[in-house]
Design a protein around this ligand. Sequence first.
Ligand SMILES: CC(C)(COP(=O)(O)OP(=O)(O)OC[C@H]1O[C@@H](n2cnc3c(N)ncnc32)[C@H](O)[C@@H]1OP(=O)(O)O)[C@@H](O)C(=O)NCCC(=O)NCCS
Length: 195
Amino acid sequence: MTPTTPSSGHTHSGNAATLRSTAAPDTTGTDALAGQTVVLRPTGAQHVDAFMAILQHPEVAKWWGGYDLERVRRELLGPNSYAIELAGEVIGLIIFHEENDPDYRHAGIDIALHPDAHGQGLGADAMRTLVRYLFGRRGHHRIVIDPAASNARAIRSYERVGFRPVGVMRQYERGSDGTWHDGLLMDLLRDEFRG
Ligand SMILES: CC(C)(COP(=O)(O)OP(=O)(O)OC[C@H]1O[C@@H](n2cnc3c(N)ncnc32)[C@H](O)[C@@H]1OP(=O)(O)O)[C@@H](O)C(=O)NCCC(=O)NCCS
C-alpha cells in the first residue's frame, strides 16, 4: 500500500448516494457513504483509538507497518479518510488520494479491516462503495491500488471488485522487517466496474 498524502482543498460534494437526506450540496466533507452492509463514515478524533487498535493488530501491521498515534492523526483523519462501520461499530478504515494533474488524473485507495471482520466480503463492500463515489461523484476514470505482491487475500478481494493486475513493482516497499518487498499494481477503469 502507498502511504497517503491527502490532497488538500478537496471537499466531498453532497450527493444522493450519501446518507444525508438534505438535497443541499455539502461542502464540509461530512457525508457518510452507504454500502450494501457497511457505512463509510468521515473520520474525526473519535476514531483514533479504533484505528490504532486495528493497525497495531499483527495481522494488519504486517501489511500496514509503522503507524503510531502521531501518524494516524496526521494521515488518517483527513477529508479523504473514512471509518468503515458495521452496525455502528468501527471495523476498519479506508482512504483515498488523488492525482489531479489533468493529463494523469486518477485516484488511489488504501484499506484495512480488523481481523475479526476479514473474509466476509466486507472489504469488497467498502471498496465498491468508495469506488462508486470516486467514479460517480469525483469524476475519476481510473483507480489504482498497490497491495504487497504476497498479499493474496487483498488481491483476491480487489479482483472481486474488478481491479486487474497491471504488473509487479519490484522491491517497491520496505516492510516492517526492513527489507524491500514486491508490490502489485492493480487498476480499475470506470467501464469495468462491477458496482
Ligand atoms: C485486504 C482486506 C481489506 C480484504 O477485505 P476482506 O473483507 O477480508 O476480503 P473479502 O472478504 O472481500 O475477500 C477476500 C477474498 O480472498 C479470499 N482469501 C482469503 N484468504 C485468502 C488467502 N490466504 N489467499 C488467497 N485468497 C484468500 C477469500 O476467499 C475471498 O475471495 P472469494 O470471495 O472469491 O472467496 C482485509 O483482509 C484486510 O484488511 N487485511 C489486512 C490489511 C491489508 O492487507 N490491507 C490491504 C493493504 S493493500
